[in-house]
Design a protein around this ligand. Structure first.
Ligand SMILES: Cc1ncc(COP(=O)(O)O)c(C=O)c1O
Length: 325
């Protein structure tokens, strides 16, 4: 079922003049276009986790995230679509409940619980409802806990489907590229490809040098240590998570104008800009075929407009002068 879903994501060739001139052929695998409540990679990370919850007899699932988290958004929508009630432990102030991400989550029935940064650090390490109950109150005891970002072995196993689907369809020479935060999606993709294609992850966080070791440990734990055709580019984080430089903003505007494919600056935009910079540097030989995963996250775009509005409101500007979203 998940495999058929992965196969239903369109593969779209992108023709940017500079890339063609340097002999690089790029296709985008449009996971953002999947016909599900929350498209992108998140569904794959959540699938085995939600199955695990059901198999263990839970009807209530809980996870952790920031105020604009794609993971929280996807859990709220996917969980509701699969008949679960959901709880989000959110790092931040309660007024964030009005932002577009969390408004959607609440509309899908998610119960939100806001905590400060240091409580969040402690709570997000907990893996059992009993422990959360002891820390926060009895109402959390009956929850099945999914870690922040869906980053666990079940998340990896769900993402194997992505690799298996690509192994059957991608040209044998194609290099697969994707944005990485925890490396969970990359680990699953690599395991599912089973060495059929090489994979390049683009780390979207600064200081991600340890991600490769984490991925190796994960591959060992799911018996996929023999899958070795992958690497992680840690040089194109662009200053850190969710940072958008003027150059990145300009690149995204040009890309969207030329291709009509919507992207966002945190994941897909940063990955494509990394590819662009590498093409400019002649990192890829002529004739290279790339398949870039569009992992979704477009819902998060609304957060950029929202934050701008909040900041300008604080600075005393009126709503009417702003364009949001
Ligand atoms: C849209 C999007 N793409 C990519 C990623 C990176 O996934 P991972 O944490 O599995 O590396 C995430 C998750 O954080 C995401 O929300």
């Amino acid at each position: 079922m998940l495999y058929q879903l992965a196969q239903s994501a369109p593969m779209q060739r992108v023709q940017l003049l500079e890339w063609e001139q340097r002999g690089v052929d790029l296709q985008i695998w449009r996971l953002d276009q999947l016909d599900v409540a929350a498209p992108g990679n998140k569904l794959f990370k959540l699938d085995a986790n939600l199955r695990g919850a059901r198999a263990a007899g839970y009807s209530r699932v809980l996870s952790f995230g920031g105020a604009f988290s794609n993971h929280i958004h996807a859990l709220a929508l996917t969980g509701a679509a699969q008949g679960f009630s959901t709880v989000g432990i959110i790092r931040g102030e309660a007024d964030a409940a009005n932002n577009p991400t969390l408004s959607d989550a609440v509309a899908a029935g998610m119960q939100l619980h806001f905590v400060d940064r240091s409580s969040y650090r402690m709570l997000s390490k907990l893996r059992h409802g009993d422990d959360l109950g002891a820390a926060l109150g009895a109402q959390f005891v009956d929850c099945y806990v999914i870690p922040e970002g869906g980053a666990n072995d079940l998340g990896v196993i769900g993402c194997k489907v992505l690799g298996a689907a690509l192994a059957n369809t991608a040209h044998a020479d194609a290099q697969i590229v994707l944005p990485c935060a925890t490396g969970t999606t990359l680990a699953g993709l690599v395991a599912g490809l089973n060495n059929a294609n090489t994979v390049l992850g683009v780390a979207v966080l600064k200081g991600a040098e340890s991600m490769a070791a984490t991925v190796r440990t994960t591959l060992n734990s799911i018996d996929a240590h023999h899958c070795t055709r992958w690497s992680i580019d840690t040089a194109h984080h662009g200053g850190g998570y969710a940072r958008m430089s003027a150059d990145l903003e300009q690149f995204i505007a040009n890309f969207q104008q030329q291709t009509r494919i919507p992207i966002e600056p945190v994941y897909s935009g940063k990955m494509l800009y990394a590819i662009h910079r590498r093409i400019e540097r002649d990192d890829f030989e002529r004739g290279t075929r790339l398949i870039a995963l569009h992992t979704g996250g477009l819902q998060g775009m609304r957060g950029f407009g929202y934050r701008k509005t909040q900041q300008m409101n604080k600075a005393g500007f009126s709503h009417s002068v702003l364009r949001v979203g």
